[in-house]
Design a protein around this ligand. Structure first.
Ligand SMILES: NC(=O)c1ccc[n+]([C@@H]2O[C@H](COP(=O)([O-])OP(=O)(O)OC[C@H]3O[C@@H](n4cnc5c(N)ncnc54)[C@H](O)[C@@H]3O)[C@@H](O)[C@H]2O)c1
Length: 272
């Protein structure tokens, strides 16, 4: 059911790679809720061509942009305003990539070139996006920017290796930029800390399937799906959450505040 929560709002949605992507679901929901937006992804990700289906379905245009390139991001924000006919009201940063995870390198023996690449793609890109938007004064007052993150920024998950540190930086950028953008332009910036989700990025993590089941067994409500995450992002883009900024918001079915569940204890043969 749609509520017209984003009626008249203009957005930029990054990171829709295929229909499993969290960003894909956000775009579908934003369209249902009355928004118009531009889709963006790394030029290399366009090769799959899947994003064209989403663009067609949501009546959107696509602007390729490598999120590590300030030039690409400047073009993205400039052209998006031209296409959409005004300043931007919401932005989704849904970008993550770790070569150390891809190559299955242990945290104690990381490749630092990979580490820096991961930092640039997954965290600095958020600062770059915000700095470009700020410089161009491209976001309307009370506009809302959301980046997706994971709880490994607060608690240790051995298999998440360098992305844990990178997500901690991403969340810090939301707070730091949120202060400056908030005081100057009333733009709000938050991170959403999402449950494990079966996407290309998620499935690339060693042992992800087992961990997905474990998290599902701990969370009182079970894991939040990509679609649930999209719904939550829509509320954050809407005016109903106008005073929420500089927060890391857990969207995980209660996982982050549960110590242990009876389901997990029972699986270990412990009777409650
Ligand atoms: N899947 C999970 O379990 C999970 C959990 C919590 C948070 N997240 C976060 O959600 C976000 C989206 O990931 P997803 O799970 O939907 O996976 P996904 O693989 O569908 O999306 C990741 C996107 O990042 C894009 N990307 C990579 N390098 C880029 C670059 N240089 N410039 C622009 N875009 C680039 C990819 O093309 C892809 O579209 C990521 O930040 C991820 O860390 C995912």
């Amino acid at each position: 059911m749609a509520y017209n929560l984003l009626k008249g709002k203009r957005g930029i949605i990054s990171g829709a790679l295929d229909e499993n992507s969290i960003a894909w679901k956000v775009a579908e929901k934003a369209h249902e809720e009355g928004a118009t937006f531009v889709l963006t992804n790394a030029p290399i990700a366009m090769r799959m061509g899947e994003i064209n289906k989403l663009a067609e379905k949501t009546g959107s245009q696509i602007i390729p942009a490598d999120a590590t390139s300030v030039d690409d991001l400047t073009k993205l924000f400039t052209e998006s305003q031209e296409i959409l006919g005004g300043k931007i009201d919401f932005v989704l940063h849904s970008i993550g990539m770790s070569l150390n995870i891809r190559k299955k390198l242990p945290y104690t023996d990381l490749n630092y070139e990979f580490y820096q690449k991961g930092l640039d793609v997954s965290a600095l890109s958020f600062h770059k996006m915000l700095a470009v938007a700020h410089k161009l004064d491209a976001i309307n007052e009370w506009g809302s920017v959301v980046a997706l993150t994971y709880m490994a920024a607060q608690r240790t998950y051995p298999f998440y290796t360098d992305m844990a540190d990178i997500k901690a930086m991403l969340e810090s950028i939301a707070r730091s930029f949120g202060y400056h953008y908030g005081t100057q332009k009333k733009v709000r910036i938050n991170t959403v800390s999402q449950s494990p989700t079966k996407t290309t990025a998620g499935n690339g993590i060693k042992g992800f399937g087992d961990f997905f089941d474990y998290a599902d067994a701990i969370a009182p409500l079970g894991n939040a799906s990509a679609e649930d995450c999209a719904n939550y992002c829509i509320t954050l883009f809407s005016d109903l959450t106008k005073m929420v900024t500089m927060q890391n918001l857990f969207h995980d079915g209660g996982y982050s505040t549960t110590g242990v569940s009876m389901e997990v204890l029972n699986k270990m043969g412990i009777e409650g």
